[in-house]
Design a protein around this ligand. Structure first.
Ligand code: MTE
Length: 335
């Protein structure tokens, strides 16, 4: 994600291409003093995390195979190779550079895990690690993931509908919004312990949806990808996937879900409200203040920066399923 710098000259559309997105983000963060934190972070890291960061050894985190129903309808989508899905990540708790989470998250401990679902409901529950994969039948969902930074992937997620989870707690009539929260554990998440490494975010990372968005059948609680449990860099043990919204809504490593009467705060909106809104629906007609959202670089096979530019579709191509949620709303105002 790019962080707004006051007084910085505006980028033109031609600046935002492939590598330049990456390098520009690096220089923005550097200007803000959020890079070059190698020496500082050692104090914050556990021994294991240090080992993961400073060596190129095979990852130590073990994923497990899952039983699930295949997504027959979407098998023809060209998937982003697994190696890219698990090595090009945004997970600032483990560093703000794309390759850092895969290195820094390998010692992440997901057991025991507790996920509480509470707030405006009659039946609050707490799930533990085993419940996450056993509570509901698992299904594959092959979805496009469009990052606000104008790159995209196609990922075969595995999980269950967020709607099924919400129904379990029996929401009451005041439940209008759903708030999500990522684990806060600076001992395990070096980006939370070190402001530079963590991109200046105030943790825990928080996100939210309107209740009707959360109940849409496309909204997925994902516990796996490519047939196995999630690796930590992709949000183990459980994350949200909202395919019609920019990727930053798809919050990772969730420990709390709360049903609320009012719109919750969200991490990127708090940090840069002119650039990142609460709704964050993929919208080729509403540009980011500093770059166009009309097209995207699809990460497929080929090098990480292989040119593979495609048009961005409204709601990331899921308009038929979700456009009705926003009838009568000005999507440039509610971006
Ligand atoms: N969740 C948390 N907790 N922290 C993050 O930094 N980054 C978001 C989202 N979820 C992020 C997060 C962004 S910007 C994107 S694009 C997606 O995760 C990336 O998911 P991926 O790394 O699995 O592709």
């Amino acid at each position: 994600m790019l962080v707004k710098i006051p007084q910085r000259s505006q980028l033109t559309e031609s600046d935002i291409t492939d590598e330049s997105v990456y390098h520009d983000r690096r220089s923005l963060l550097k200007n803000m003093g959020f890079l070059g934190a190698g020496a500082l972070m050692t104090a914050a890291l556990s021994k294991n995390a240090q080992a993961g960061f400073f060596s190129d050894e095979t990852p130590v985190f073990k994923t497990k195979p899952l039983d699930y129903k295949q997504d027959i309808a979407n098998q023809d989508l060209i998937k982003t190779p697994e190696q890219k899905v698990i090595s090009h990540n945004n997970f600032y708790e483990f560093g703000s550079q794309k390759e850092q989470p895969a290195k820094l998250a390998q010692a992440f401990n997901v057991e025991p895990w507790k996920l509480t679902i509470s707030g405006e409901c009659d039946n609050p529950i707490t799930l533990d690690y085993d419940d996450l994969t056993k509570m509901f039948p698992l299904e594959e969902r092959i979805y496009r993931l469009r990052c606000v930074e104008a790159w995209s992937m196609v990922v075969p997620w595995i999980g269950f509908s967020l709607a099924d989870l919400i129904k379990k707690v029996s929401p009451n009539s005041r439940a209008k919004y759903v708030a999500f929260e990522t684990l806060y554990d600076p001992k395990q998440m070096p980006g939370q312990a070190n402001r530079r490494l963590g991109g200046g975010i105030k943790y825990p990372y928080v996100e939210g949806l309107r209740m009707d968005e959360a109940m849409n059948p496309l909204a997925l609680m994902s516990v796996g990808l490519y047939g196995k449990t999630l690796p930590p860099q992709n949000g183990a043990p459980i994350r949200l996937v909202v395919p019609w919204k920019y990727g930053f809504k798809s919050i990772k490593s969730i420990v709390a879900i709360k049903l609320l009467e009012h719109e919750p705060q969200t991490t990127w909106k708090k940090l840069a409200p002119r650039e990142y809104g609460f709704y964050a629906n993929v919208n080729p007609n509403h540009d980011h203040p500093r770059w166009s959202q009309a097209s995207e670089r699809r990460i497929t096979s080929g090098g990480l920066f292989a040119r593979n530019r495609i048009e961005t579709l409204p709601f990331n191509g899921y308009g038929e399923e979700v456009a009705h949620l926003y009838q009568g709303m000005n999507l440039s105002k509610h971006f």
